[in-house]
Design a protein around this ligand. Sequence first.
Ligand code: NOJ
Length: 723
Amino acid sequence: MGTLKTQDAGRIDTLIGRMTLTEKLGQLTMMSASHTVTGPVITGHSVSDIRSGRIGNLLNLIGAAAAREMQRVAVEESRLGIPLLIGLDVIHGHRTLFPPPLAEAALFDAQAWALTAREAAREAAADGITMTFAPMLDVSRDPRWGRTVEGPGESAWVGARLAQAKVRGFQGADLAARDSIAAVAKHFCGYGAVTAGREYASVDVSDRALLEVHLPPFAAAVDAGVAAVMPAFTDLAGIPMTAHSGMLRGRLRRQLGFEGVVVSDYNAVAELIQHGVAADLIEAAALALEAGVDIDMVSGAYLEGLPAALERGLVGLAQIDESVRRVLTLKARLGLFEDPYGRGAAAESAAVVAERRRLARDIAARSIVLLTNGSGALPLPAGIGRLALLGPLADAPAEMRGPWWSAADPDAQVSVLAGIRAALPQAQIRHASGCGIADPDDSGIAGALQLCDGTEAVVLCLGEAATMSGEAASRAHPGLPGRQQELAEAVLRRAGARAIPVIAVLFSGRPLIVPWLAERASALLAAWFPGCEAGHAVADVLTGRTSPSGRTPITWPRAVGQIPLFFGQRSGGRPADLAGPFASRYIDESTGPLFPFGHGLTYGRFTLSHPRVTPQSARASDTVEVRVDVENHGPRRAQETVFLFTRRMKSRVAPPTLELHGVGKIALDAGASGTLTLPLALEELRAPGLDLEPALEPGAIEILVGPSADRASLLTCRLELVD
Ligand code: NOJ
């Protein structure tokens, strides 16, 4: 938690000494101030509850004036004058929207991750916000799960780097600064492994999976000093996370050393009744407090239930005081006692906002993944004269926002149509949506087809609506919704017959399962949800102003039946490539993905050679250096991304076939070559700071470097680990 100033520690003791039980419970309560809710609307509270001390924290309060007024009531009109925490889901931007975390993960660039969090924090703080419910760190290997879009993708290693960068970005160098906000690492823990990818469903994973996959990003967030943690809605092997003392007090606080605030998810304390572990709000409140949940978000269980729980002896006053102390400590660390109106005091200048939009464009363009470009259809030829822009996402500015839009204005998003018009002012752009995103109406398809004739290229914008991924948006059929496949197939036929290239751009919060499209489109791009500068970013990539450099942070399946599909699988005793029928394969589908983790093309053409490690033998505490030569044979300058994987040749526990331990990037002019150096700290090869692997066993470690997790593309060298 960082050290508190002595006067703050004294102030907190004095306050706790003076507080009534209601005032204490008010500090442990966060209520929703507006209709931006992600569950049932909880009513029955008002500003007078802030005045009386019954409500000590708010969420979903938008706008500097509103935040200031509520803060004023708390500070000037409540008996003890304690300022409020004001929380909001600032997930991928506040007013200026960046691409969502899954798309940002595609940059594999920790500096960029930190930068967008910093900018989002500055913008939110200028609106009086003190806390964001981010970063979301749930590793997901299941694209059916809608919330895959909110997290780092399938790799725990990426999740841990993203966690650190985001915490650093949101909280800044000094949490008390007016432009810093408290980060909340969520959802602790394992939410990404919900049964069958179904939202809010039960989670039942092994200790090993927890330690290897789900905990590392949280361990990294705690290391980076994250202010708060939110338990997941879900249960873990039957124990709801909101009541999971072993995970919250045990793993999180004792093992990882977390000293900050645990804030429940929306209504999650009351939902312990529905989980079937509490009979009423009294038991629910007691279970959550007992497990170490400090703040009850909106359920009212603490306010209503804890007095009776105290009387019954289910909880003690010391436990309540302990949680109150943590909440007040966070308020002190945020500088709220000294400077309650600091955040939101000054509006940002137009220049700052414009600069932020430039960043949004750059990040969005770099998040786009060029999945195929077989016939070299991209970049579009310079001076292209006639283009058809089709599909329901071509002129859908509000959809570009993605799953969380905080305070963003739906009209401030740039559509693909607007972006392409701006980028190609000389070209004649014909536009039609052809069909809706998800509705059954196909009456526009025939008209759209006609627009193809006589053009030099067709750009087909397909995918999901913004609300089709994110919370409560799991999909059993994660393909193209509505009549989009029909539209695409008709366009591919029509344009194909006229030898017109069709470039398909997918907008989605998950890998969409569209093998037929990948095979038939001249080029295929994953644009995710690019945010406010969507159209400009897409145009930058299509026209070649930016050479694409995004890489998919999640394996892209070719069939729903392959899920979960990820690069870190264990080989088993009868791996897929074993000859004969008794191997780990399907009889009706390939075992390989449509696109492997890390896949993404550029407008360059790179070859890698001569992988080497120095020294070639090392101890478990050493850091070695892995080098590989990279040459750009392509016609243009571009940036290559190189992944560093390891494979332990033998270990007491069967090792995953690939473990990610590094990513490097190198930009090279056409015809140029260079050497990329990637450090590898061997400590990392152990399960991250937790308790499963006592030590790294001596022996051979294979080091694999290459442009993706596709085994065939990886070059190898060996390291000998010695005692
Ligand atoms: C529910 C979501 O699970 C969580 O991620 C979010 O922060 C809260 N609602 C608050 O909106």
